[in-house]
Design a protein around this ligand. Structure first.
Ligand SMILES: CC/C=C\C/C=C/C(=O)SCCNC(=O)CCNC(=O)[C@H](O)C(C)(C)COP(=O)(O)OP(=O)(O)OC[C@H]1O[C@@H](n2cnc3c(N)ncnc32)[C@H](O)[C@@H]1OP(=O)(O)O
Length: 725
């Protein structure tokens, strides 16, 4: 857990807990033992702390925060012990020094880092604060503004920036350990007082009060309901306003508040969920552990509309040579211009600058209308209009032109992957890659396997997600896949609530207060109401193919709301037309304001259809929208479309703006309690028997009958069911 060795007068303590030397109780104990041994040995004149496998430490073992043997009180005293050592202690930072790992380094008298090392205090991202005196030491070392920024955002900073901030004393390009031992030998006998951060004053700012006031406003705005950033702020403020020991006491109090808040548990669940979905499997037995990805040396994107442009940008940023194809020169030139603009912007944001992206080099990014240029690519992403016939035509062409083994991906948000694959002679190479808009920004990549998709194809798509710095989530093939399928009942409830008496701004407010970035109506206006309208027309739910005499508010015996169709018929497509569920300052405007026209339109609609208006409270809005979404999640799990609740949660956090501090919809259901979710669905379903989305799923009922087991056990109840069949 920590090795103790000697390099002449320097004691070397190496933290060992692969892969990232997380500070478990055992590691902390071994570190303390090592420090005491070095202290007791008169032949030891200095100490060097480093990590096994060229990684300093990724911080406290996150699993420890929810284990009965909690370790949160253990690290602070060890950091103090390091600092108070009468022998100089040098931290040799390689790989990562994060959270408690960086706090250990802050206790050391000197810090030396490898040029490629990353440092940070990311506790805020898992709902905590740097509770081992980090909120008190860091501002004393690098000043209040930089410390506040690091602690409230949790960002990782590269060693070069750490050097500029004064966080490390030196960076090295070669052997960090040797350099640290040299430094340790050099500083033997030098006074340690000035190196003890707890004794240093915080560098004063000209107007500390004003700085703190403005910083708090910024932190609150960014936090949107998440507690940790504000409590991190308060801990840092204590550093600015109180002596060290008092600041430490305040830090501990705030840490306890966070630890028991529920948000920390949700965020830590989300941390591990994101890692768990990398270990994908399918009901047919394909799995990450046995499937190997194919290399992607060259790719192609077909279609340079909004999605295609973002996808091209993403691939160029990942340094993958690319052919971008459009149907004709007019579309190609328009698409090329837009892509170049996006890439210029991205290059400006990136540290390495435009040249490193190399997008002006035709060998790296080629625009064409010639399908034959796709003959040597390893992977194609089709991102054309959401139209089955068009997609099938393209895939038929691709299976003739592309080299054997090339992966054929379709960017679709709902269409049947098997039907698209049926147009090819190689259905095993066809896979869905559902990007989210804007595709170069959004982290989620929903990866959909069809009946014939090979394990290699899934592994390659997952590898692609990683190369694009996205979170790939593997799911099965059904209408809307996971994300949109769960979204349908949610949006449907939102619209039904308008019919019954609510307003878009009231519904949005409730869901935004819950933590969504955008409520359902603001989100629909942003995405464009015409997208769903087109899909409903294709499904025969509205438009010319709707049989004459179909009741306005019913389809196949189920409740249907024509409200979104009626808005589209009025040309109200959302932001793009300046009017939708809200009005905007102009077509393409982004500032939504409640629209009196819409309010009177709703009143008139209710009158026409003899709907009695009633006041709908916040609880009902929240429950009907969220519980119907969650209910669909249980159906998805039962059907084997996703292999665990984490998949649904990762999709919702990364693709649909679900508040991460609530852990995703399925985790949220587990915190509400499944019996309550079931009871509420039963209640609403009784009032609205013609709404299938409110009818509790059999799997939810089964889990409740089984006594509301913890989320990590849910899936075992499904396998029990199938083994009985
Ligand atoms: C006791 C003291 C009290 C309070 C103060 C201290 C608090 C803390 O230190 S809280 C922890 C702060 N640290 C972090 O939040 C860092 C978490 N880790 C990461 O962000 C990433 O792992 C990484 C950027 C360091 C590396 O990313 P990557 O290369 O993609 O590797 P993985 O994320 O896949 O990680 C590999 C493997 O390690 C597990 N892991 C990583 N960090 C921790 C950790 N701190 N505790 C426990 N486990 C950790 C990670 O889950 C992966 O394992 P699995 O695939 O099995 O999940």
């Amino acid at each position: 857990m920590a090795q103790y060795a000697r390099s002449s007068a320097v004691a070397v303590i190496r933290l060992c807990n692969p892969p990232l030397n997380a500070l478990s109780l055992a590691v902390l104990q071994a570190l303390e033992d090592g420090l005491k041994k070095a202290d007791a040995d008169p032949s030891v004149k200095a100490v060097m702390i480093c990590g096994e496998n060229r990684k300093f430490s990724a911080g406290a073992d996150i699993r420890g925060f929810s284990s009965p043997k909690r370790h949160e009180g253990a690290l602070g005293p060890i950091v103090s012990l390091i600092e108070s050592s009468e022998k100089p202690v040098v931290a040799a930072i390689e790989g990562v020094a994060l959270g408690g790992g960086l706090e250990v380094a802050l206790g050391c008298h000197y810090r030396i880092a490898h040029v490629k090392a990353q440092m940070g205090l990311p506790e805020v991202t898992i709902g905590l604060l740097p509770g081992a005196e980090g909120t008190q030491r860091l501002p004393r070392l690098i000043g209040l503004p930089a410390a506040l920024d690091m602690i409230t955002t949790g960002k990782h900073i590269p060693a070069t920036e750490a050097l500029k901030l004064g966080l490390v004393d030196e960076i090295v390009e070669e052997n960090t350990i040797e350099a640290a031992i040299r430094l340790a030998n050099k500083v033997i006998g030098q006074p340690l007082g000035p190196r003890r951060l707890s004794l240093k004053p915080i560098p004063r700012l000209p107007n500390m009060e004003a700085f703190l006031r403005e910083a708090l406003v910024k932190v609150k705005k960014q936090a949107r309901g998440c507690l940790a950033p504000e409590l991190c702020f308060q801990a840092v403020r204590a550093a600015a306003e109180r002596p060290f020991a008092e600041g430490v006491r305040r830090e501990r109090e705030l840490f306890q508040v966070l630890l028991t808040s529920g948000q920390a548990r949700a965020l830590q669940y989300a941390f591990f969920a994101e890692r768990a979905v990398r270990r994908w499997d399918t009901p047919s037995g394909a799995s990450w552990s046995s499937a190997a990805p194919q290399p992607v040396r060259k790719a192609a994107v077909i279609g340079l509309g909004t999605m295609g442009r973002g996808i091209v940008t993403s691939l160029v940023k990942a340094n993958i040579p690319l052919v971008a194809l459009e149907q004709d020169l007019e579309y190609l030139n328009k698409g090329r211009k837009a892509v170049m603009l996006l890439l210029e912007r991205e290059a400006m944001k990136m540290e390495r600058g435009a040249q490193a992206l190399d997008f002006h080099n035709p060998a790296r990014l080629q625009f064409t209308v010639d399908f034959d240029l796709l003959h040597d690519v390893d992977l194609v992403i089709e991102a054309v209009f959401e139209n089955m016939a068009l997609k099938k035509e393209i895939f038929h062409k691709l299976s003739k032109i592309c080299k054997p083994g090339a992966l054929l991906c379709t960017n679709t948000s709902a269409l049947n992957i098997d039907e698209i694959a049926s147009a090819t002679s190689c259905p095993q190479q066809v896979i869905g890659t559902h990007f989210f808009s804007p595709a170069h920004v959004m982290r989620l990549l929903e990866i959909i396997y069809g009946r014939h998709t090979s394990p290699t194809a899934i592994a390659t798509a997952m590898q692609l997600a990683k190369a694009l710095k996205k979170v790939g989530v593997v799911v099965g093939n059904c209408f809307g896949f996971v994300g949109n399928r769960m979204m349908f009942p949610y949006v449907q409830q939102a619209v039904f609530l308008l019919e019954e008496g609510s307003r878009p701004e009231a519904v949005d407010q409730v869901l935004e207060d819950f933590g969504f970035k955008l409520g359902p109506f603001r989100m629909s206006d942003l995405a464009g109401l015409d997208v769903g309208w087109r899909s409903r027309k294709d499904q025969g739910l509205t438009g010319p193919s709707l049989p004459a005499g179909t009741p306005a508010r019913q389809r196949q015996g189920q409740r249907y709301s024509p409200l979104p169709d009626l808005l589209c018929e009025q040309g109200r497509f959302g932001q793009k037309t300046g009017k939708g569920w809200y009005q905007y300052e102009r077509a393409g405007g982004r500032t939504a304001t409640p629209d009196p026209w819409l309010h009177s339109f709703l009143s008139h609609y209710r009158d026409t259809h003899h709907i009695k208006t009633r006041f709908i409270d916040q609880e009902e809005i929240l429950e009907r929208c969220l519980f119907s979404l969650i209910n669909e999640g249980f159906a998805i799990l039962a059907e084997g479309i996703a292999s665990g609740p984490e998949h649904l949660d990762v999709i919702y956090i990364n693709g649909y703006g679900w508040p991460k501090h609530r852990g995703g919809p399925m985790f949220y259901a587990s915190t509400v309690g499944l019996p309550r979710v079931l009871a509420k669905l039963q209640k609403y379903s009784e009032v609205h028997p013609d709404v299938p989305g409110l009818r509790p799923s059999a799997f939810l009922k089964k889990l409740v009958a089984a006594g509301n087991p913890p989320i990590k056990e849910w899936m075992s109840y499904l396998s029990q069911q199938s083994s009985k069949l």
